[in-house]
Structures are given as C-alpha cells and as structure tokens.
Design a protein around this ligand. Structure first.
Ligand SMILES: NC(=O)c1ccc[n+]([C@@H]2O[C@H](COP(=O)([O-])OP(=O)(O)OC[C@H]3O[C@@H](n4cnc5c(N)ncnc54)[C@H](OP(=O)(O)O)[C@@H]3O)[C@@H](O)[C@H]2O)c1
Length: 349
C-alpha cells in the first residue's frame, strides 16, 4: 500500500477501530457512520490542510467525510481519498457532497455532480445534498449585507425541478442517496409530498444551543436521518458570520461541567451529546488531537441520563448560520429564510 508520494496509508495505532463507531440506518437500509469529518476550511484553513486532515482522520478511524463543491477543495480531497482507498475499500467509506445554489437549473445539477465526482476521484457518492433551498449565490467572503441581485424566494416548483435531477442521479447510479439541507418543516412537507425518491438525510445546524427540536422530530418521524452541522457551535467561524447575540456552546457551564467530569475539551462533549441525541455530527478540524478526541468521544463513556437532560435544558435557539446573504428583498430579516411562522415565507414578503 504505497501512495503517490511514497507513504503508506496506515491506520494509527492510537486510533479508533472503525467497526466500533456506531452507524445509523437510512431508508434504503444502508448504514452511515454516526460521525463524519466536516471539510469546510472557510477563511481559516487551506484546502491542502483540509485534504491532509481527511487522510489523517481516516488513519485514526473516520470513514465519513462531508464535502461540498462550494468549499472549493474537492479537487484536493480527491487525491486524499485515493490515498485512503489504498488501505480502505470504497464501500467502507461514506462520502457526501452538495450541489451549490448557482447550479439548480436544468442540467446543471447533473453537471455539478459529475464535476464533484471527477474532483473527488470517485465513481459514485454515498449522499448528494441540495445545499440550500434557494438558488441564490454570493461571492466568496462577502459580509452579511451582500445580496444576489437575482435572488429568489423558495419556489417549490423550481425546487422540485432540481430534485428531479437529484433523482435522476440515483437512477444513473452516480449517487446512492439524495437529501436536503437547510430546510424547514413547511418546505420538507411539500418535498415529501411530491418527491419520487424521498430525502434520505437532512443536513441542519444542530448543537447544544441550537437543538431545533421540532424540525429534528419531524425529520426523524419521516424516516429522514438528521445530519448536524456546526456541532461544536462553529467556534472558528469568520467574524462576518458572528452577531452580538450569538452564544458560545463550549463555554456553557453545563457543557464545561460534563467536560471536567470526563477530562475532555467541551467540544468533545458537544459531539458526544450529538451522537447520543440521535443526529450525525460532522465536526470540522484539521488538528489530529482534536479530530481524534472527537472520534474517541463516540466510542467512550456515554453521558448520563441526567447529563443528557441537562444539555436538553440549555437550548438557546441560537442559530449561527443565519443565511442573510440568501435574502431576496430589501427590508427582510434572516428569520424570513427559516419560515418561523410555520408557513413558507410568501414571495412578496
Ligand atoms: N450544510 C450546510 O449548509 C453546512 C453549513 C455549515 C457547516 N457545514 C458542515 O459542517 C462542518 C462543521 O461545521 P463548522 O466547521 O461550522 O463547525 P464546528 O464543527 O462546530 O466547529 C469546528 C471548530 O471547532 C474546533 N474544534 C473541533 N474539534 C475540537 C476539539 N476536539 N477540541 C477543541 N476544539 C475543537 C476547531 O476550532 P479551531 O480550528 O479554532 O481549533 C474547529 O475549527 C463543516 O466543515 C461542513 O462540512 C455544513
């Protein structure tokens, strides 16, 4: 097992046996590892660092990687996956990617998926997601006041045209499962009504200070596996994605107290809670001690029932990824993206 640069893919001696990592079953019966590595380096980490972390994470026992075309690093993660596959069978890996908002149009979803497959150097994806339900895009690194002049609200008819292409990808054998991301109950209700192939998973923001209990329950009750992004509360996100009201999960006294009992970083407690609660967390890190400790968390001593109840009690409804840049009209607030009234926000709002 020798890689292009001459080094072998070798499981780390102090890693976690991937067979010990819990799995969740999707509606097809397929099993997905109950924790994955996030790959969005944002402004802070280069694609090369993220790709190196993908190999390192596989060495310590990760088998699930959460990618997306918009992260701009799939062409670097592809060689990393090739390295891993010198020692791990493709069927033992789980790779997710996502179609970005500017590729929802006719033919573009399939083209974008093919590009991700080429970049990732794979024949198929395990899961392909519609990254956001809006076809609204923005330049990299813009602040929250930036708007796409062509931005649109959620138009169900258009979303279903995008979804038909997602279904076609399954029929073509290019992806095994399809799913949604950044959805709300009213939008999912329509998709579940009209989809030929129902979403297998929904990727949503989930951490102790943002537990989205209603959406979580709705998703689970409808046979959709919840994948939780920013499970640690995204402590390294850029300044432009922070607002003064944001709270900090890893500083919460309940989380800190559990971390002290277990002798781990509070980040590890967030991930442990996520797996025990029932979502699949996809924590990001390029630092081996960090991604190793989060993986160990899911096979180590569980939180007690009392601790689980205590974490349930610290939900602050604190959404971090608000999505301002996807708003379609002047005078709106980010809440308009999230259908907080229980109805899809009307076009003219
Ligand atoms: N579907 C979507 O729209 C969507 C949106 C956002 C994110 N995502 C996915 O979710 C992934 C994770 O989200 P995220 O990156 O926003 O946030 P996150 O996983 O909540 O936070 C990541 C940060 O937490 C710190 N950390 C990680 N493990 C740690 C440990 N064991 N001990 C101490 N600190 C630790 C690191 O900070 P330092 O770097 O400072 O050490 C790391 O950068 C992304 O990479 C992406 O794949 C998807």
């Amino acid at each position: 097992m020798t890689t292009q640069n001459g080094s072998a893919f070798a499981p780390a001696a102090n890693g976690v046996d991937p067979n010990r990592v819990p799995r969740k079953t999707l509606r097809t019966g397929a099993a997905i590892p109950a924790i994955g590595l996030g790959t969005f380096g944002s402004d802070k980490y280069s694609g090369e660092e993220v790709a190196a972390a993908v190999v390192g994470a596989a060495e310590v026992g990760y088998r699930h990687f959460d990618c997306a075309s918009v992260y701009g690093n799939e062409h670097l993660i592809g060689p990393a996956l090739q390295t891993i596959m010198r020692g791990v069978r493709r069927e033992d890996l789980w790779v997710t990617s996502k179609v970005w908002n500017d590729r929802h149009g006719e033919g573009q979803v399939i083209e974008s998926c093919r590009k991700s497959l080429r970049d990732l150097r794979l024949d198929y994806l395990d899961l392909y997601l519609v990254h956001w339900p809006f076809p609204n895009s923005h330049a990299k690194g813009v602040d929250v006041s930036s708007r796409d002049p062509h931005a649109q609200p959620y138009l169900h008819e258009n979303y279903m045209k995008t979804w038909r292409q997602m279904e076609h990808l399954v029929e073509m054998g290019l992806v095994r499962h399809i799913g949604t991301s950044n959805m709300t109950i009213p939008k999912l209700r329509l998709v579940l009504r009209d989809a030929g192939i129902k979403p297998a998973a929904n990727e949503m923001e989930l951490h102790p200070h943002f537990q989205q209990p209603e959406l979580f329950r709705y998703v689970v009750d409808n046979g959709i596996v919840p994948i939780g992004y920013s499970p640690i509360g995204s402590p390294s996100r850029p300044e432009r994605d922070r607002t003064p009201e944001d709270t900090v999960d890893i500083e919460d006294p309940v989380i800190v107290k559990i971390a002290t009992r277990l002798g781990v970083h509070p980040a590890v407690v967030c991930v442990k809670w996520a797996v025990q609660h029932g979502q699949i967390p996809i924590p990001f890190s390029v630092k081996r001690p960090q991604y190793l400790s989060t993986l160990r968390a899911v096979v180590g001593e569980p939180l007690t029932d009392e601790e689980m109840r205590a974490v349930a009690g610290i939900d602050r409804n604190n959404r971090l990824i608000k999505g301002h840049v996807f708003l379609w009209k002047d005078g709106q607030t980010w809440e308009d993206l999230w259908d907080v009234s229980g109805e899809i926000t009307p076009l003219d709002r």
